[in-house]
Design a protein around this ligand. Structure first.
Ligand code: HSE
Length: 410
């Protein structure tokens, strides 16, 4: 019998007990052992839970119990999760987490501490929910040079965008639904403003570079400005709008372009068809040349399942050693300035004179593709690729008129 502790008994923490119960036989088969949840640390009591008698409020109870071999950290946030995780690792306990904020900010220190103490720090559940993309990037792409990652990395916003597209649903109503379903963060601004996806693309980039970029170097744009008119335009263009976390990695020069923003994705790309709470991660390398991972990116059971998969790896020895990583904090210039990155843009401008506006747009952007079927009083076009800073300069001062929308193309 292996004893574990869960710290943070919310949506994911609660799911862990359920996964262990449901998969008891499979876990026994994989590890030759049974898992017992000996303690649950939370500020609250859970008198109606079958695990009510395991609840403790003092972390030292877990820390000082030599029987506890693995701590599942599902608290969220950097502190006190960081302190508890460090203490557990120093006490010779492995730590498994779903906490992307913590991994994206302090993963370097936690991994180093795990190594020092001969234990594991694992985080499959921190990105992509139930998708085993951390294993996949680390092991299946181990000898490959991943140069591009594009991912729908946030289930909540994908759920919202899908409902807006298919049902013309209201943003606020769908967000409430996503919260009820246990997809959204405690503060859903982290979802809709792209912060959650930012942490995840930072983690995925670190897996293939060993460089943990500072989250604040990653250009991150909210999806709250996306309107039904944008959805309609994307459909007429031949695609859809998705919130993507992207990374373009220049291994030769040790640099990466990393950004999160609403993006027009063409229907020809499988990412365009990843709907609802699902996440999709497209990976490109000169060798593998287009690969995609797909699955439930949020929710109690898929995320808890990913946590338990790490626990099983540690107990069975299958994969735990391979998933140990040596990250370092990236230098400030690892992330390329966003202004230097080139994109093609979808643009919608209010105008009384379509011809005049198009003429001005051609002067600024050169060749443009005019989109047919625009709403009355508007003109819409797609630009050729242009550096972000040059596009910003072109729109500054309102020379082109009132820009209703500007969205980058994948
Ligand atoms: N709020 C996150 C999401 C949870 O919606 O994707 C999973 O990390």
């Amino acid at each position: 019998m292996t004893h574990i502790a869960i710290i943070g008994f919310g949506v994911v923490g609660g799911g862990i007990t359920e996964v262990i119960r449901l998969n008891k036989k499979a876990i026994l088969r994989a590890t030759g052992d049974e898992i017992n949840v000996k303690y649950i640390l939370d500020l609250r009591d859970f008198p109606d839970s079958p695990y009510a008698d395991r609840v403790v409020h003092d972390f030292s109870v877990i820390l000082n119990d030599p029987e506890v071999k693995i701590v599942c950290e599902t608290m969220g946030g950097v502190n006190p999760a960081f302190d508890y995780s460090m203490q557990a690792l120093r006490a010779g306990k492995s730590v498994v987490t779903s906490n992307k904020e913590l991994v994206a900010n302090r993963g370097v220190e936690l991994m180093a501490e795990a190594k020092k103490n001969g234990v594991s720090y694992m985080f499959e559940a921190s990105a992509g929910g139930g998708i085993p993309e951390i294993r996949s990037l680390r092991t299946s792409f181990g000898g490959d040079t991943v140069s591009e990652i594009d991912g729908i990395l946030n289930g909540t916003t994908n759920y919202i965008l899908t409902k807006m597209k298919n049902e013309g649903a209201d943003f606020a109503d769908v967000l409430k639904e996503a919260q009820k379903l246990g997809y959204a963060e405690a503060n859903p601004a982290a979802d809709v403003d792209g912060i959650d996806a930012q942490r995840k693309i930072v983690i995925l980039t670190a897996i293939v570079t060993n460089q943990l970029a500072s989250c604040d170097k990653v250009y991150t744009e909210t999806m709250t400005k996306i309107t039904p008119a944008d959805m309609d335009a994307a459909a007429r263009w031949g695609g859809t709008v998705k919130l993507l976390g992207s990374s373009r990695i220049d291994h030769e020069n040790g640099k990466a372009a990393i950004y999160v923003c609403p993006t027009f994705v063409p229907n020809s790309c499988p990412i365009a068809h990843v709907d609802d709470v699902y996440n999709g991660i497209r990976v490109n390398s000169p060798v593998t040349n287009d690969y995609m991972l797909y699955g439930r990116g949020a929710g109690r059971m898929p995320t808890a399942g990913a946590v338990v998969s790490d626990v099983v790896s540690i107990l069975s020895g299958v994969g735990a050693k391979e998933l140990a990583m040596d990250w370092e904090h990236a230098e400030d210039d690892f992330v390329l300035p966003f202004g230097d990155i080139s994109f093609a843009y979808y643009v919608r401008i209010s105008t009384d004179s379509v011809d005049e506006t198009l003429e001005k747009a051609r002067l600024v952007f050169g060749e443009i593709e005019v989109l047919a079927g625009s709403p009355a009083g508007c003109v819409e076009f797609i630009t050729a690729k242009i550096a972000e800073k040059d596009a910003n300069a072109a729109f500054e001062g309102g020379a082109l008129g009132e820009v209703q929308s500007r969205i980058r193309l994948m």
